[in-house]
Structure formats: C-alpha cells, structure tokens
Write a protein that binds this ligand. Structure first.
Ligand SMILES: CC(C)(COP(=O)(O)OP(=O)(O)OC[C@H]1O[C@@H](n2cnc3c(N)ncnc32)[C@H](O)[C@@H]1OP(=O)(O)O)[C@@H](O)C(=O)NCCC(=O)NCCS
Length: 185
C-alpha cells in the first residue's frame, strides 16, 4: 500500500517517531472531548498500542494524516478502518485531528473524503460507517460535508465525566459515493 495523496492532505503509515505527538493529543481533554477515551495514556501505553497495531492486517493499520505545509508535510492527526466485515464488505472508520490549531479549516472533511476513496476504490468496501457522540457537533458537520448520512442513535450509550451521551451512527454507501463523484463533489 503506498501513500494516499489528496489535495491538501495525505494518508501514510504510522512511524514510531509519530508516537510522541499521539500521546500529547490523546491526553488533551479538548481533543478527546468527543472520544470514548477516559484515562491518561503514557508513552509506554502508546508504545504497546503501536506494537499491537503493527500485528494487524495491512488494511486495519492506522493511517497518519499529514497536511501540506509549503513543500513539506506536517503531522496533524490519525485515522483508520476497523471492524471489517469482508462478506458484507463493510468497515468502521475513525478519525482524530489532534492539531487543534487547524480545526475548522476543512482538513477533517478532506481526510474523510480521502478515507472514503481508499475504502471504496482500494479496499473495495460497499459500506463505511462511523460512530460519533451526539454532542460532537464539529465532527458531525464534517462527516455530513463528506457525504455521510445519519442512520441511527444509540441512546445514553456512553458515560463520560458523569454524564450519559447518545451515540449517532452515520454511513456512506458505495452507490452514494459513486453519485457524489459523478456530481463532482
Ligand atoms: C472532528 C474533526 C475530525 C473535524 O475536523 P475539522 O478539520 O475540524 O473539520 P472541518 O473543518 O472539515 O469541518 C468542521 C465543520 O464543523 C463546523 N463546526 C465547528 N464547530 C461547530 C459547532 N460547535 N457546531 C456546529 N458546527 C460546528 C465548522 O464550521 C465546519 O463546518 P463549515 O465548513 O460548514 O463551516 C476534528 O475536529 C477532530 O479530530 N477533533 C478531535 C477528535 C474528534 O472529535 N474526532 C471525531 C471522533 S468521532
């Protein structure tokens, strides 16, 4: 699998040298506000996670998100597919732009669009779905812009900081993706 290039972002494999940034992000309460992550994570935990994910199949390995920064690339987040069902040709997708300084500038939407292209055109998926906390308005908006459709709500499905939250399911099907591409979205 080679690096997947979009206009302003690219998706590549994780390097050990990325891990320090990941630890910074997953310990930042603002970044993890809408994520099902509760506990502090150390660099030792992160190393263990990395060793574990390197054992996964190629399709299930995380993908680092870099943004174009002049002639260079800058690390801004990570993403990946999980929970593959190869018979139904479905998988779940997840994303985290850990670099808060660039939130709201369309990078999350563009990375999601690139992940869809990878999922449909390379992994030959038919359905890509995601779960998002109902309060995570920025994420929901980014997913809607990337073509994800609302399909359901699990009521009070997560408990964080003493509060239950609903979890929304959103998905995009290959037919919808094809139509969006024809319309030149
Ligand atoms: C969610 C995330 C991937 C979105 O990436 P991003 O680059 O910030 O998103 P985009 O700029 O592409 O789109 C965000 C949209 O939400 C809008 N938005 C921001 N805050 C909002 C709010 N409180 N209510 C409604 N819309 C909001 C932005 O205005 C923008 O829409 P617009 O282009 O129509 O103006 C990124 O913010 C992130 O990783 N956050 C932390 C981790 C996380 O929550 N991950 C998702 C877990 S499901």
């Amino acid at each position: 699998m080679s690096i997947i290039y979009g206009e302003r972002v690219r998706l590549r494999g994780v390097e050990r040298s990325d891990l320090d940034k990941f630890v910074e992000w997953i310990n930042d309460p603002e970044v993890t506000a809408g994520l099902t992550l509760f506990l502090p994570m150390s660099s030792v935990d992160e190393e263990k996670w990395f060793d574990g994910v390197m054992q996964r199949s190629q399709e299930e390995k995380p993908l680092v998100i870099d943004m174009k920064n002049g002639k260079k690339w800058r690390l801004i987040g990570n993403s990946g597919f999980l929970n593959f069902d190869w018979i139904a040709r479905a998988a779940e997708v997840g994303i985290m732009i850990g670099d808060k300084t660039i939130w709201g500038q369309g990078y999350g939407t563009e990375a999601m669009t690139l992940l869809q292209r990878h999922g449909f055109e390379t992994l030959n998926l038919n359905r890509i779905y995601l779960r998002v906390h109902a309060e995570n308005k920025r994420a929901i908006r980014a997913y809607e812009k990337a073509g994800f459709v609302h399909e359901g709500r699990m009521r009070q499905a997560v408990f964080k900081h003493g509060v239950y939250s609903d979890v929304l399911f959103m998905s995009v099907l290959r037919d919808e993706w094809n139509t969006q591409m024809k319309e030149g979205r």
